[in-house]
Design a protein around this ligand. Structure first.
Ligand SMILES: N[C@@H](CCC(=O)N[C@@H](CS)C(=O)NCC(=O)O)C(=O)O
Length: 186
């Protein structure tokens, strides 16, 4: 959704509400993506594109917005994967709590997933600190979305604790109209 706004393509897509999970049946999104995940984008030709990284690259290509930097910009792609990886670990934590009975939850596994998030947040403050301050690219967008997801689904984990620099960076990117218009709610 952020990339749709950043590229100015938001009015060219139809948004279809979807509620999916690993135990969902019957949602129309499942007919479009055999993995049963969102986001999924169906092109005018009826072709389903997924996952986020494919969709955002497609939108960037269509808009010519240059969010992926020059060819061979491996740092941009790696930062994008870094942001998405935070989301994947966060989703895993949320699903463990949502879909497993309390007595079946595995604390070591939950701690391991959160450990991935914490190590990655630390890397954002070191390896990625300069990159985050550069011109907007898809890596920054992915990280901004990931931090927004942590606020949305795991606020009690308080990712800002001890990370003033990253918190200030997020506050700035969250002010962009594309982020302000797409803050998750629900
Ligand atoms: N790597 C995927 C992850 C997408 C993802 O996990 N989406 C969740 C919603 S936040 C989902 O569709 N979950 C349904 C499921 O896992 O069955 C992407 O970036 O698009």
């Amino acid at each position: 959704m952020v990339v749709l706004h950043e590229t100015g393509l938001v009015n060219e897509v139809e948004l279809i509400p979807a509620a999916v999970s690993p135990v969902t049946t019957g949602d129309p999104a499942l007919e479009r993506n055999p993995l049963g995940k969102i986001p999924t984008l169906v092109t005018d030709d009826g072709v389903a594109l997924y996952d986020s990284r494919v969709i955002t690259r497609y939108l960037d290509d269509r808009a010519g917005s240059g969010l992926y930097g020059a060819a061979g910009a491996w740092d941009v792609l790696t930062l994008e994967a870094t942001g998405d990886g935070i989301c994947d670990a966060g989703v895993a934590i949320v699903y463990e709590a949502r879909f497993r009975e309390e007595e079946m939850r595995n604390q070591a596994w939950l701690d391991g997933q959160w450990g991935k998030v914490e190590r990655t947040l630390d890397a954002l403050g070191t390896r990625w600190a300069d990159h985050l301050e550069g011109p907007l690219d898809i890596g920054q967008i992915a990280v901004g979305c990931a931090l927004g997801y942590l606020d949305f689904r795991l606020p009690e984990r308080d990712w800002r604790q001890g990370r003033d620099g990253l918190a200030a960076w997020y506050a700035r990117i969250a002010e962009r109209p594309a982020f302000a218009a797409t803050t998750p709610q629900g």
